[in-house]
Design a protein around this ligand. Structure first.
Ligand code: 1HE
Length: 270
């Protein structure tokens, strides 16, 4: 499966003009498609991202997100940052939260393929995905500090959990920008690939994730991030409930039987 095998998903998703949404087998590819504006996230784009993730066809089991042009995403569309009253500003931020929650706590896992600028709201978008792949060209910043604003797309919740509060504080207060190697070293991404190889890597990872039992994927996406926020005692109890639910699905029973019968793959180092 390569990116040229993907074809547009008809219907509602085809009407989202700021995105390009295609599918091949069980993998969907959602590409931010405002390259002239470096995929800056306007109100229209954040609404379309939300709508896309709420309306994925049932046949989709994993998603790849990428950006058209030379950059993944330049963050909030600053041309729309007009004077809002406090309530409108809160609701604007909550609109981003709803869209990125639909990614993080959606039905299927998501891989972000990152190149060029991954800044501000672009980094917040990437942080809401389960897996991040960075090409050599990727760089990470939080220019909110320089723009006189604050993160509003879930960044203060998700980004410290990836790289730590001290590093996020540094990026925001000093304008420091991490290159791809630093992003890798500090936990922003799980995979580093040469320029031009990100999409192929993202698709390969999405294919693997699409093959997981749905309840296992659900447990990793929905239970794991909540368990790590619980006290150890509560976490262990939640883990036990989730483990019992996952292992009692027919799919788990089939997979366990297949291994015991010698029909399933062994764990191998790739
Ligand atoms: C934009 C935006 C944008 C580009 N909003 N229009 N984000 C930032 O502070 C990042 C601002 N952008 C940049 O630093 C640079 O544009 C890039 C490093 C991303 C790319 O540089 P480059 O040289 O490739 O492009 P460019 O010439 O700067 O921009 C091309 C066009 O995109 C230009 O418009 P044009 O009409 O003059 O062609 C730019 O104005 C436009 N453009 N970025 C609006 N961000 C929920 S809270 C989240 C808070 C944040 O995300 S704050 C961080 C905002």
């Amino acid at each position: 499966m390569t990116s040229s095998d993907f074809t547009p998903i008809p219907g509602l998703l085809a009407s989202l003009d700021l995105l390009q949404i295609t599918q091949c087998d069980a993998v969907a590819h959602v590409r931010l498609n405002r390259p002239a504006k470096r995929n800056a996230i306007s109100d229209g784009l954040i609404q379309q991202i939300h709508s896309a993730f709420l309306n994925l066809p049932d046949t989709v089991k994993a998603v790849v997100v990428s950006g058209a042009g030379d950059h993944f995403c330049a963050g909030l569309d600053l041309s729309e940052l007009v004077q809002r009253d406090i309530q409108a500003a809160i609701l604007h931020s909550r609109m981003w939260h709803a869209a990125f929650d639909a990614i993080q706590f959606g039905r299927v896992p998501v891989v972000a393929v990152l190149h060029g600028a991954v800044v501000g709201g672009g980094l917040e978008l990437a942080a809401s995905c389960q897996i991040r792949v960075a090409e050599d060209s990727a760089y990470f910043g939080l220019p909110e500090g320089q723009r006189g604003i604050f993160v509003g797309g879930g960044g203060s919740v998700r980004i410290p959990r990836l790289m730590g509060t001290a590093r996020m504080t540094d990026l925001m207060l000093t304008g420091r920008v991490y290159d791809a190697d630093e992003g890798d070293r500090y936990g922003l991404v799980q995979y580093r690939v040469p320029t031009g190889e990100g999409l192929a890597k993202g698709i390969a990872l999405a294919r693997k994730m699409a093959g997981n039992a749905p309840m296992s994927a659900f447990a990793v996406m929905h239970a794991l991030p909540r368990i790590v926020e619980q006290s150890p005692g509560e976490g262990l109890f939640t883990e036990a409930l989730m483990a019992a639910a996952a292992s009692n699905t027919p799919e788990a029973q089939d997979r366990l039987r297949a291994f015991l019968d010698g029909r399933a793959g062994k764990v191998v180092k790739s």
